[in-house]
Design a protein around this ligand. Structure first.
Ligand code: SAH
Ligand code: SF4
Ligand code: F3S
Length: 439
């Protein structure tokens, strides 16, 4: 038997890409590929890319440039580009980097095995269709091998919201939900393989409306069904849109024992003028009201968010409104970005904010968000929390895992606790993690 071929796969962007990379590696596994951590050993290099901001998209080309030498040394090496840059730029990628053999979009990667075969015959392979057939149905069932205690599970893809700055509706297509029974089967399989925590994924995961018994199911109903799976200990979901936080989902945060007290709920701006221009279809007030109701259901919930500063026509007053919203919410975790002009999106045509001004606003916003994050982390000291240990820590005898509130926690603990949820008392707060003692 010949040696297995080796696949080096590098993932950029969001968690959905992490999930897709796993599925792509599995699809190529059927063609005799095993994964390698070093591009030098690879028979195929696959970059799973992100198009959300200009920097992310341009990184792909510099990364491809780095592989030129490898391709010169090994003409059998195949180089592929997958993900959202593949979808957005398609053939253009092969024009800019002729050494690229394969370009595959996020909705057509179930066709990777045939595309790989085509490249082995010396042809180029390009597929950026939004095919009629369901990619998940066409993909082989997932392998049964043991895996780590946490997993992502994509339940919804695409977006119909068309925020004025965002490429996702174009790169991922229209909103689609996977049927309930497929999701539950995949979840049970993951649990059998050792998974204890599942994070449900979707670009707008709380718009989930998968077909199930009795009609379409909401995300809340799906979470309640997952709650009944023995061996599954924690459920999370991301990313949500404020307009799709329905009553049942809010209530689940108070009632569903396995649903973790953490919610990523991006708002982007605190100014109604800007929210309107962003086509967000909610106001600062309606967002704050949703947060208030979630806190009523689950008082200790940790809220996380996303912000864009320097959106076209944003004034200092608009930015002050953002700071004021942040003060009211008190975020435990946050991601903030300088607006990046994306070709083809409506906002790209509007008067842009001066770059230095946008940089300055980003710094001021991040200072406030960091302060809040630190305070909330500090407030965990002295508390007892559940920690799902994932792996060994940096120091001997130490394990690291995530708390219910998704803080990284280090504690001295025996190795057999990897994959289990243990009670830990938090004793210190460092920059990006907490230290605790096992109870
Ligand atoms: N579906 C999610 C997240 C989409 S992308 C949602 O609706 O919130 C993740 C984050 O990237 C967004 O929340 C936004 O803050 C940021 N982002 C998207 N487009 C951007 C752009 N053109 N410039 C800067 N940040 C952007
Ligand atoms: Fe992009 Fe808006 Fe859709 Fe989120 S809701 S993916 S920010 S268009
Ligand atoms: Fe990036 Fe595509 Fe995700 S653009 S953020 S990889 S959906």
């Amino acid at each position: 038997m010949s040696d297995p071929k080796k696949l080096f796969i590098k993932t950029y962007g969001c968690q959905m890409n992490v999930y897709d990379s796993e599925r792509m590696a599995e699809a190529l596994g059927g063609k005799g590929y095993v994964e390698t951590q070093s591009p030098e050993d690879a028979d195929m290099i696959l970059l799973n890319t992100c198009h959300i901001r200009e920097k992310a998209a341009e990184k792909v080309y510099s990364e491809l440039g780095r592989f030129k030498g490898l391709k010169a040394e090994n003409p059998d090496l195949k180089i592929g580009v997958a993900g959202c840059v593949a979808q957005a730029e398609g053939e253009e990628i092969m024009r800019r980097q002729p050494m690229v053999d394969l370009v595959v979009g996020p909705q057509s990667y179930h066709r990777l095995p045939e595309m790989e075969a085509k490249t082995r015959e010396g042809e180029k392979a390009l597929d950026t269709d939004f095919p009629e057939e369901d990619k998940f149905e066409k993909l082989k069932s997932r392998p049964k091998a043991k895996r780590g205690p946490t997993a992502f599970l994509t339940v919804q893809e695409g977006c119909d919201k068309f925020c004025a700055f965002c490429v996702v509706p174009y790169t991922r297509g229209a909103e689609v939900s996977r049927p309930v029974d497929r999701v539950l089967t995949e979840a049970r399989d993951l649990v059998e393989r050792g998974v204890r925590e599942i994070t449900l994924l979707g670009q707008n995961v709380n718009a989930y409306h998968g077909a199930g018994k009795g009609g379409d199911w909401s995300l809340a109903k799906l979470i309640w069904a997952l709650n009944d799976i023995d061996g599954l200990e924690r459920i999370r979901f991301t990313t949500s849109h404020p307009n799709d936080m329905d009553d049942d989902l809010i209530a689940a945060h108070g009632e569903c024992s396995k649903l973790m007290p953490y919610l990523h709920l991006p708002v982007q701006s605190g100014s109604d003028r800007i929210l309107k221009r962003m086509n967000r279809s909610h106001t600062a007030e309606s967002y704050l009201r949703v947060i208030e109701r979630i806190r009523e259901a689950r008082p200790d919930i940790l809220i996380s968010g996303d912000f864009i500063v320097g959106f076209p026509e944003e004034t200092e007053q608009d930015f002050q409104d953002t700071l004021s919203l942040v003060e009211q919410v008190r975020y435990g975790q946050c991601y903030s970005f300088k607006y990046s002009t994306r070709p083809g999106t409506p906002a790209a045509e509007r008067p842009q904010v001066d770059a230095a001004e946008a940089d300055d606003r980003l710094q001021r916003l991040q200072a406030l968000l960091n302060k809040q994050q630190k305070e909330i982390q500090q407030s965990m000291v002295g508390k007892e929390v559940g920690v799902l240990f994932e792996k060994k820590g940096k120091l001997p005898g130490q394990l690291v895992g995530k708390s219910d509130h998704l803080h990284a926690v280090y504690a001295e603990a025996p190795e057999h606790l990897i994959g289990e949820v243990a009670k830990v008392r938090i004793v210190e707060s460092a920059t990006h993690s907490l230290g605790g003692v096992l109870l």
